[in-house]
Design a protein around this ligand. Structure first.
Ligand code: ADP
Ligand code: MG
Ligand code: MG
Length: 876
């Protein structure tokens, strides 16, 4: 198999070998688009390079030499030719696009001799010298590891000396001077002369691009986006075309549709007399693409036509890089464009309506994980904001946080639980960890296609770019907008959808679903087999979830009702009761409150099933903290004027808290173990459920209560509790003269329940897999301890592939789920099964639930749309 492939032989099917950039350059070349010639060195060569201790094999070197000769023939120029030199770019190109994370070298092939050839050939010494200085800068940075700023400083100093603002005003003579100084820096930093041999330049650049696969920012990016470290990158060697040849030249980047909103309109920007890096690096703020229509009308028309063709060919929104050399257009890259969730949904739905793709494909086009963004809260439009200034709306969403000026600091603060806004003149790929840590990003320079914008959109973070009225003073750590000065650490908000920079915190409101999103979800509903319910503990959440399409409540946790401030004293009274009569008294006070809770939920879930779980956590969770109480008692007992009565009260409380103290509450007296030891508690809850059901029924609502017994490990536990429910039902019937249908089921959340599911199913109308606890009990991890102490290291060291509390461990926990479903249905084919752990809102786990044949998943209200989509994807 060849290690080197010319563009005219490259195809999309070979993307795994050619990388995304290489495969698309091949595809475009074969489609006859104006792509400068070149060749791709495959990812297989990269993997071999790492295997061979970072060397290329003789065969690979030979193939590169052959491909270069072919390129020289196509170009009619030779690398290193003193009169008419071939110049190339050496470009990274991974299989999964990682914009800006790896390295690229432009203008390779220049040296002291060829630069003169280029100057006289083009009759443009300034241009040739500009290319040479760019090449020295990039090569030194990428290949020799010499920091970029050393060169930037020379250019800055030169501009100051000449009293000018922009690079384009520097003359040939200036560049000649600058190049001399650049070479001195290279010598000083690396103790070698800047390499003059073009073959050596090429070889070293190729190797540097292979090496850039493992640079820090690429590693971080892969980690965030869950891209494997073992793929390697391809390298593209391509003939240079020049956007820096004068006013009839330029370079730009454009998306075929708006990547922020999805609107079907070219979206991009360009710079006249510049090379590609200038646009994406955000050093000069570029012009919007629409103005190209006036500046270079023919080029604009041609570009629009090409972008239409590319979109049609790939059946997806494209992100295209182009360069104009003396009035001729070249396409340098196309890839499917990164976009916000909002745009992803609109584009997918529009494509169906335009007849480009089918509904199933549209459903697959939207990543459920991405939907978090749409379902996020946004700024309340009815509130007066203190708007400081406006920038380009580069990635939508609202964010508030403390102003921070550098990425490391942002990372540190966020590790300490602070929310920050990263404010920079521009961001570079080195800032990636700061972008990850920040709630939002604000830059004063750079356009909507700058690295900051692209990366932020990919991560769904709010971002504002090119906010030029904002002065950022990195030395004094402050920003100035008009008359307002804000310092590091002050609270700032941004609205990435409108570009508004706002002083202080902003009030947020719940999201609404766009009509396109509704459409997509309707298609998803037609397709999916899993039902989607919600975990809701109060009428408000239940109503919200219903609005988002929930088909019932899968888990109503009654303890949350106990924790409301005005209930806590009553709950404590109940727990602290010294005897049955006292406890009964407290319970009677709680009953009407619980009844009210359930009534509200039944109301908002009119016509849909509601699963209510009886009390689950250990009782001491409702009592004061042991240590705090100890301190209090100690303080009271030494204080000179102590109130004796109060002290006695506190001591009694302390005794009770001590007696309820458990070494391992997660495995202690909780779940149905409470119901068995204190049946009166469960009896009160069940009575409240039935009374509320009767009440709701009489008010005209359709009620379908499902009573769920938690933490069952032995069928006898469930049998006892079922009896209790049935007895209570009879009591309520006698009391009210009403009966209503109800069911009784159990959580499957300890391994023994899954293992004996056939016995348990005889007493259960439904199973709900409580995969949070089932994960804890299967792994033997206590979640609170594991996540703080060792789980993150486990994942970093790849001992576990993923956090099992986030993505269901199908190999272990999932086996128990399968076993439970199978055994349960073997004795009761109509047994209803669902999942109510947090996994019920995670796409991979939802797929597993579909494959296992569960009836429903249940998740938090804001994840319901996500679950609808993920369930459809599982069914496609
Ligand atoms: P990245 O993956 O970071 O976008 P690229 O390999 O696409 O890196 O290169 C960065 C920029 O360099 C491109 O936007 C393009 O404008 C410019 N470039 C790359 N190759 C050439 C070339 N052969 N001629 C002119 N410009 C080029
Ligand atoms: Mg690129
Ligand atoms: Mg549980």
């Amino acid at each position: 198999k060849a290690f080197v492939v010319s563009f005219e032989d490259g195809r999309l099917e070979e993307k795994h070998l050619l990388g995304g950039k290489g495969a698309n350059l091949g595809e475009m070349t074969r489609a006859g688009l104006p792509v400068p010639s070149g060749f791709t060195i495959t990812t297989a060569a990269c993997l071999s390079y790492y295997q061979e201790n970072r060397t290329l094999t003789e065969q690979q070197k030979q193939e590169i030499a052959t491909a270069l000769t072919r390129l020289e023939q196509q170009a009619g120029k030779k690398l290193g030719d003193a009169k008419d030199p071939l110049l190339v770019s050496v470009r990274s190109g991974a299989v999964v696009s990682m914009p800006g994370m790896m390295d690229t070298v432009l203008n390779l092939g220049l040296n002291d001799e060829t630069v003169e050839g280029l100057a006289s050939l083009t009759n443009n010494p300034r241009f040739a010298l500009d290319c040479y200085r760019r090449f020295i800068q990039m090569f030194s940075d990428v290949v020799m590891g010499i920091p970029h700023y050393r060169f930037e400083r020379v250019i800055e100093a030169r501009k100051v000396e000449r009293g000018i603002a922009s690079d384009t005003e520097l003359t040939a003579e200036d560049w000649r001077e600058v190049i001399q100084q650049f070479k001195a820096i290279v010598k000083e930093e690396s103790r070698e002369d800047f390499p003059q041999q073009p073959e050596e330049q090429l070889h070293r650049a190729i190797i540097a691009v292979f090496d850039s696969w493992n640079n820090q920012r690429a590693r971080i990016y892969r980690k965030i986006h869950k891209i494997s470290d073992d793929l390697g990158t391809a390298v593209n060697v391509q003939m240079m075309v020049f956007g820096n040849m004068g006013e009839d030249s330029g370079t730009g980047v454009a998306f075929t549709r708006n990547p922020s909103t999805g609107e079907n309109q070219l979206y991009g920007e360009y710079l006249i007399n510049a090379q590609g890096e200038d646009v994406v690096a955000g050093i000069r703020t570029p012009e919007p693409i629409q103005s190209l229509a006036e500046r270079m009308p023919a080029i604009f028309t041609e570009f629009r036509e090409i972008s239409r063709r590319l979109e049609e060919h790939y059946q997806d929104m494209q992100d295209i890089e182009f360069t104009v050399e003396r009035g001729k257009l070249y396409i340098l890259q196309t890839r499917s464009g990164k976009r916000t969730a909002h745009a992803a949904v609109k584009i997918a739905v529009d494509f169906v309506e335009e007849g480009v793709i089918g509904k199933n494909e549209a459903i697959n086009r939207v990543d459920p994980d991405h939907l978090d963004q749409i379902l996020h809260r946004r700024i309340d439009p009815n509130v007066q904001l203190n708007v400081l200034t406006k920038g380009l709306p580069a990635s939508p969403g609202a964010a508030s946080g403390l102003i921070v000026f550098d990425a490391d600091h942002a990372e540190r603060l966020s590790q300490n639980g602070k929310k920050v806004i990263l404010v920079r003149p521009e961001t570079t790929p080195e800032d990636i960890h700061g972008i990850v840590a920040a709630e939002g990003i604000l830059t004063s320079r750079g356009g909507m296609t700058s690295h900051a914008a692209v990366v932020a959109r990919g991560m769904g973070k709010p971002c504002i770019c090119g906010c030029e009225e904002l002065q950022i003073d990195l030395k004094q750590k402050k920003i100035i907008a008009g008359n307002t000065v804000m310092k590091e650490g002050e609270l700032l908000s941004i609205d990435g959808g409108t570009g508004k920079v706002i002083k202080g915190q902003v009030p947020l409101i719940d999201p609404e679903l766009s009509s396109e999103f509704q459409t997509l979800l309707q298609w998803a509903d037609e397709l999916r087999q899993l039902r989607v319910r919600t975990n809701a503990d109060n009428p408000k959440d239940a109503a919200k979830a219903r609005e988002f399409g929930a088909e019932g409540v899968g888990l109503c946790r009654t303890e949350h009702m106990f924790m409301e401030a005005d209930r806590v004293p009553l709950v404590r009274e109940m727990i602290l009761a010294e005897n049955m009569a006292e406890r009964q008294e407290a319970l009677e006070k709680l009953l009407p409150l619980q009844q009210e809770d359930f009534y509200g939920i039944f109301q908002s879930m009119d016509g849909l099933p509601v699963t209510i779980r009886l009390l689950d956590p250990p009782l001491h969770e409702f009592l004061p903290n042991l240590e705090e109480l100890l301190t209090e008692v100690a303080r009271l007992s030494v204080a000179p004027d102590t109130d004796r009565l109060l002290l006695k009260e506190k001591e009694d409380l302390l005794r009770k808290v001590r007696s309820l103290h458990e070494f391992n509450p997660m495995l202690g007296h909780r779940g149905c173990r409470l119901g068995l030891i204190y049946p009166e508690i469960y009896a009160m809850q069940v009575e409240a459920i039935f009374l509320a059901a009767v009440q709701a029924d009489q008010a005209g609502y359709q009620v379908l209560p499902e009573i769920m017994i938690p933490l069952v490990g032995h069928v006898n536990e469930l049998r006892e509790m079922r009896n209790l429910v049935e007895e209570t039902a009879i009591r309520v019937k006698e009391q009210t003269g009403h009966t209503l249908p109800y069911t009784v089921g159990t959580m499957i959340e300890v391994p023994r329940a899954a293992l004996t599911a056939d016995e348990i199913a005889l007493e259960a109308d439904f199973f709900s897999f409580g995969t949070n606890d089932l994960t804890q009990t299967t792994f033997g991890y206590s979640r609170d301890d594991a996540e703080g102490k060792f789980l993150h290291q486990y994942i970093d060291q790849k001992i576990l592939p993923e956090n099992p509390f986030i993505t269901l461990d199908t190999g272990g926990v999932g086996k128990l789920v399968e076993m439970g479903v199978r055994a349960g249905r073997s004795v009761k084919p109509a047994l209803k099964t669902g999942i109510c752990g947090e996994h019920g809102g995670e796409k991979a786990s939802i797929r597993f639930c579909h494959d296992t044949g569960l009836d429903y998943v249940s998740c938090s209200p804001f994840r319901v749309p996500l679950a609808r989509l993920a369930a459809a994807q599982a069914a496609v």
